[in-house]
Design a binder for this molecule. Sequence first.
Ligand code: GLY
Length: 390
Amino acid sequence: MKIRLLIAALGILLSAGCAGRRHTSGINTTDILSRAAEQYKVLAATTPAGRFPKSTTADGKLETSGSEWWCSGFYPGTLLYLYEQTKDGSLKSEALRRLKSLEKEQYNTATHDLGFMMFCSFGNANRLNPDDAYKQILLNSAKSLSTRFNPTIGCIKSWDSKNPSDFLVIIDNMMNLELLFWASRESGDPRFREIALIHANTTMKHHFRPDHSSYHVINYDAKTGQPKQKRTAQGAANESAWSRGQAWGLYGFTVMFRETKDQKYLAQAEAIADFMLKHANFPADKVPYWDFNAPGIPNALRDASAAAITASALLELAGYVPARSAWYKQTAASMLMRLSSNDYLAAPGTNAGFLLKHSVGHLPAKSEVDVPLSYADYYFVEALIRLKKS
Ligand code: GLY
């Protein structure tokens, strides 16, 4: 009798444990993350040495890049997140192999994307296993990024231009500031943090419209520091709201609040969230069209990457705004639920080893349209982990 009671009690405990893995949103984050880990082994097996998964070609084959491409840090970063969740050592060794090929980018001063490239990769490696070698690489990366800061403009230069009077800054650049905050904390040198603050303040002043949507590109006059052109590159039109750009802004200003506790950054992040989540063209299933003003809505393409970045940002923002916490969490959970459905999450072994289908890289250039993208996967995994912990 006692043994039967013991077995029954054990059964109840075990089933409670299993149910516990299923988040209140209804998403079984543990199962999806395990499935993601298996899928990334497919990607690992097909990615040539020294290369980084980027997307797929028109015929569905894996497309890779060298370490200099802005997305090179996402693959090792995703592997590290998945290793952290599964403790599968093969994911860690694959990540460490790729970090070796990425290391040289610490001295790259020709890009503003060093935050993406080095903090998503070495930042996660150092978080999991603090190491002086990683720290030095990250500090060198922050120094390289800082060389692109111009005090007259008050921004880090995003893209180089043939015209010396141009100074081009894109909203995406908000994502590179987290590395600078880390560098000031680590080194005690306040300069990195100051650059991040000035860049964010200039961006707040010039990148946003009265409705809190953002332009993609601001071209500042290199002499006066004043904007001379506000336009798009990857969006549908100069005056449209390119979805991933809105997501980068949301995530970037959420990080600004995390790092400074300055209410103005929180207000900015909330205003961006309002613009996105209350927009008439924000679909019921919460996966944004590639541009909020895309021609052809409701038949326009969706962008899974914008959904993944937004979900991850909202889950962090939810922790800072008690009054909106439930709304942000629910929206993020709906996004992740939809991204975890068969329509977006690739069947095991398909999609060239990537997790998500249906992202849009650069539609006006007809590049990376309706394809998997390494950063969609990175922020999807990050958001799942954030949801699991919430
Ligand atoms: N320029 C980075 C992006 O496509 O979001």
